[in-house]
Ligand binder design. Structure first.
Ligand SMILES: Nc1ncnc2c1ncn2[C@@H]1O[C@H](COP(=O)(O)OP(=O)(O)OP(=O)(O)O)[C@@H](O)[C@H]1O
Ligand SMILES: [Mg+2]
Length: 246
């Protein structure tokens, strides 16, 4: 046991040194439904460096969301190892995991997931409230995050006073406010028309150029092409891993 821990520490240090923010080793997520066994994620090895912009693409049911939930520490694997920022996730306490989810990962969802009665500013402030940041600093940082997505003029609007694209930009500002190591977006353009979706993709490109690490989950090839690397998944496995030239 002590030896295994030492090994994990050594491996983690190496990953950190190589700037690898995400590394999975033979990762599995298996669901048992009666006598049916579903391998939603089936022996996946992924390596993602700091500053990469990666799309995870595959058809419906291929395991994208399951994989994203594992990467985002929202779910635990059935088997295999996962290191985030050089730390073995299975060794973390609940408190550490909560901190990682709040500070190291910025989540963006298809349905925006904003508080309907709260202003843009307050929605963006939320992760800072959870991490106990003092009010003045909270407001300053939330404003800065809204500036990053060009929404400082909509600070006092509530979600129903914003367009779909603006709502998603508020959600992206909220994801950015803690300056996370990774931005994880599951079908972020799924509820937007093509033009608005392209605006969101342009924003991701800008955030990538500023040095953010972005992982985007999508079933649409047109959306995936905006990333600089596409990991194709099918039946829970990686089918292809390709660089995209722009
Ligand atoms: N909680 C669960 N219990 C049992 N099976 C599940 C569970 N969650 C997902 N699955 C199964 O695992 C497989 C992968 O599902 P997942 O949601 O990861 O697919 P996806 O690629 O995100 O699909 P979509 O593009 O439709 O969102 C599917 O066959 C699904 O039925
Ligand atoms: Mg999904």
């Amino acid at each position: 046991m002590a030896q295994a821990l030492e090994l994990a520490e050594e491996r983690g240090a190496q990953l950190k040194q190589q700037n690898i923010v995400i590394r999975t080793y033979d990762l599995w997520k298996t669901y048992e439904m009666g006598d049916q066994i579903i391998n939603a994620v089936s022996g996946v090895d992924i390596e993602i460096h700091r500053g990469e912009y990666v799309a995870i693409m595959g058809p419906s049911g291929s395991g994208k969301s399951t994989l994203m939930n594992l990467i985002g520490c929202l779910d635990t694997p059935t088997r295999g190892e996962y290191y985030i920022n050089g730390r073995l996730v299975s060794e973390m306490t609940d408190d550490e995991l909560a901190r990682i989810r709040n500070k190291e990962i910025g989540f963006v969802f298809q349905t925006f997931n904003l508080l309907p009665r709260a202003t843009s500013l307050h929605n963006v402030e939320l992760p800072l409230i959870y991490s106990g940041t003092p009010a003045a600093e909270r407001i300053a940082r939330a404003k800065r995050a809204l500036q990053q997505v060009d929404l400082e003029k909509r600070m006092n609007h509530k979600p129903n006073e914003l367009s779909g694209g603006q709502r998603q930009r508020v959600a992206i500002a909220r994801a950015l406010v803690n300056d996370p190591s990774i931005l994880l977006a599951d079908e972020p353009t799924g509820n937007l028309d093509t033009a608005t979706g392209n605006e969101i993709m342009a924003l991701f490109e800008r955030l990538y150029r500023q040095g953010n690490t972005i992982i985007l989950v999508t079933h649409e090839a047109d959306i995936a092409r905006h990333a600089h690397r596409i990991i194709h998944v099918r039946d829970g496995k990686i089918e292809m891993d390709e660089r995209v030239e722009h």
